[in-house]
Ligand binder design. Structure first.
Ligand code: GUN
Length: 292
């Protein structure tokens, strides 16, 4: 079994980005600048956004954290987004999801200018992705593709089963892996909560992307020996033995599945750190477009 070490690969990518930033600064230009908007105080979201801002510092980017109260109205949030769209000092920004219930998420994502949409969530960028055009790939699917590519995991002609059809992970993964591209050329099945006989599908899969958000859902008896297992789950599970009162669980029962898998991503230290590295990569791309 080979561990797909997202912590290591993301560190490599961040080092590459830091080197590019050093060159940019040597030319007398300002650093690439990422802004992140968070509304309310969802604990997990605050942790993720904190990690994104910290990663900016690490590679030499500028960063701005816009922390808005939970009762912020849709109109107020839209005004913030328009200001960020117009701010020439900011190359890209993200609005951390989920948003409070009184705010229409789709409306917000559509207000982000596609050229600053480093999360790749705007319909223009999703459409460009689906049509094989250059765009910002959303960070989690992009991170998984990069991990598969850097480990030279064979994907051409392989059968991939993606479990989960979310807009952020499952849907884009199913599209990317079917495309003619590095870590692509696969035959893809997308499974979801209405899929019947899921185990029959997963047992035939060469590669499984588990992105359904149910802790330890994928068990060893659902997996073919030698399969490639990508675990996108990050659920906080109450655990009194931990100081913070919870542990982070993936969608894969790592203990049993890792004994059978050919390759597997751990949780934590697999897909999670890759997401942050690819967000930085998208910001560098946005900067390059902005500066030229
Ligand atoms: N919530 C969960 N994942 C993400 C992500 O990749 N970007 C944003 N903006 N919100 C998220």
């Amino acid at each position: 079994m080979i561990l797909l070490d997202g912590k290591q690969i993301s560190a490599d990518i961040k080092a590459e980005i830091a080197l590019a930033v050093t060159e940019i600064k040597k030319e007398g230009k300002r650093a690439p600048h990422l802004a992140a908007v968070i509304v309310g105080n969802n604990g997990a979201s605050m942790t993720y956004v904190g990690a994104k801002v910290k990663a900016c510092e690490l590679v030499g980017f500028s960063s701005t954290l816009i922390d808005l109260p939970a009762q912020t109205t849709e109109v107020e949030l839209l005004a913030k987004i328009h200001a960020l769209n117009d701010n020439l000092e900011i190359d890209g920004f993200i609005v951390q999801l989920p948003l409070p219930e009184h705010i229409d998420e789709q409306k917000i994502l559509m207000a982000v200018h596609p050229d600053k949409d480093v999360d790749g969530f705007h319909p223009t960028n999703v459409g460009r992705m689906a049509l094989d055009l250059p765009t910002f790939l959303s960070a989690t699917p992009y991170g998984i593709m990069e991990l598969l590519e850097r480990y030279k995991v064979p994907t051409s002609g392989k059968h991939v089963v993606v479990i989960g059809r979310s807009h952020i992970v499952g849907r884009p993964m199913s599209i990317l892996m079917s495309q003619k591209r590095p870590a692509g050329d696969s035959t893809v099945t997308i499974a979801h909560s209405r899929t019947t006989n899921l185990e029959k599908l997963t047992l035939e899969a060469d590669i499984i992307v588990a992105a359904l958000g149910i802790p330890e859902f994928l068990k060893a008896e659902m997996v073919k020996p030698g399969a490639v297992i990508i675990d996108v789950g990050i659920t906080r599970v109450p655990d009194e033995t931990k100081k913070r009162g919870y542990r982070i669980a993936g969608d894969v029962d790592f203990e049993s599945v890792s004994k059978k898998a050919g390759y597997i991503t751990p949780v934590p230290g697999g897909v999670g750190p890759m997401t942050i590295a690819m967000l930085l990569k998208n910001t560098l791309l946005a900067f390059g477009r902005n500066a030229s």
